[in-house]
Write a protein that binds this ligand. Structure first.
Ligand SMILES: [Zn+2]
Length: 331
């Protein structure tokens, strides 16, 4: 349902009031995406209204001007509504009838291998930058933000995989990590993978628990969904815009906590893990556009790829020995 967002349209947001009902309205090039419900208190003062209904100019729509009204579950003329007390879309087609319970184990690592659990425990103490903030969101009591980390086998070249299926009744998102991929790898290699997957988990949770704010925060992702037609590339393009720097910042803080004395550039190189390649229409592995655009010098890209490979396998991207800088992962 929500995956079929009309990605090619421009989204605008505002609050409005009408009679004794309040809601938030998002315009999609002439259609309305409406959340909230009558008599739901607004969380902001409603925008002034001159009734002319021009999208995006801060006005309330004129009655009947937009025939297509979607509820917060993305259902046309649906009955779902936004519950402000737990920031959850409920009713209608959601199947959710009450606020999701506060999941007790906010980050559930009981099914993770000990080698990764140890590294995760340090990551949970990070405080620098937005990605450390994401980990704290999952660690804290934010409703709907619960992250399950499990060990499991994954395809060649895949270290971790976060499911785009969000469990609305439990408020959980789940990532599988393949610890067997790190038997030759360092703790830094594991840490950069956990940080990377935490951003996927965050974007999925944010999307599923607060669509209006998600759209406001990442409007380009909504548009790019129509280009890439898959979560992975859509997410990764946003990673490069919004998160890759802070994955580097978090990784550096992790390194310092473990007594490493390494240049920031090394951490920033590792932050590119998972973002450098994608699969084209013919099934070939190719460098991503955002990798080539953001790191235009081929020698810099080569250094990044060598550091990523060495840190995980002890060899560079050509298979020649290159020692890793972190300690053995213990996996
Ligand atoms: Zn990824």
């Amino acid at each position: 349902m929500a995956e079929q967002l009309p990605a090619t349209h421009i989204w605008y947001g505002q609050n409005w009031s009408e009679g004794n009902g309040y809601g938030e309205v998002y315009f999609i090039s002439g259609e309305i995406f409406c959340v909230g419900s009558p008599n739901t208190p607004p969380n902001e003062i409603p925008a002034p209204d001159d009734g002319n209904g021009t999208p995006g100019d801060g006005d309330q729509p004129a009655p009947g001007e937009y025939p297509n009204v979607f509820d917060c579950a993305g259902t046309l003329n649906g009955g779902a509504y936004w519950n402000y007390s737990c920031n959850t879309c409920m009713g209608g087609t959601t199947g959710i009838t009450e606020c999701p319970p506060l999941f007790l184990s906010k980050i559930d690592a009981t099914q993770l291998k000990p080698c990764m659990k140890t590294i995760l425990d340090t990551i949970k103490k990070l405080s620098n930058g937005s990605v450390a903030g994401i980990i704290q969101k999952f660690s804290g009591n934010l409703p709907g933000y619960n992250w399950i980390l499990k060990d499991g086998g994954l395809p060649i070249g895949t270290n971790g995989q976060t499911s785009s299926i969000y469990n609305s009744s439990m408020g959980t998102v789940t990532t599988i990590f393949d610890s067997s991929k790190f038997t030759m790898g360092s703790d830094l290699s594991v840490a950069r993978t956990i940080l990377h997957e935490s951003v996927h988990a965050y974007l999925i949770t944010f999307f599923k628990t607060n669509l209006p704010n998600f759209i406001g925060s990442y409007p380009q992702m909504v548009q790019e969904w129509g280009i890439y037609n898959n979560w992975n590339d859509t997410h990764h393009a946003e990673f490069v815009r919004s998160f890759v720097n802070d994955i580097g910042v978090a990784l550096e803080e992790y390194g310092k906590k473990n007594g490493y004395n390494l240049p920031s550039q090394f951490y920033n190189d590792l932050a590119w893990g998972g973002l450098t390649h994608t699969i084209d229409a013919n099934g070939n592995v190719i460098e991503t556009n955002w990798f080539k655009t953001n790191i235009p010098n081929i020698l810099d890209r080569q250094r990044i790829l060598n550091n990523l490979s060495a840190e995980q396998y002890g060899v560079n991207s050509n298979g020649n020995p290159q020692s890793k800088k972190g300690n053995n992962s213990g996996c």
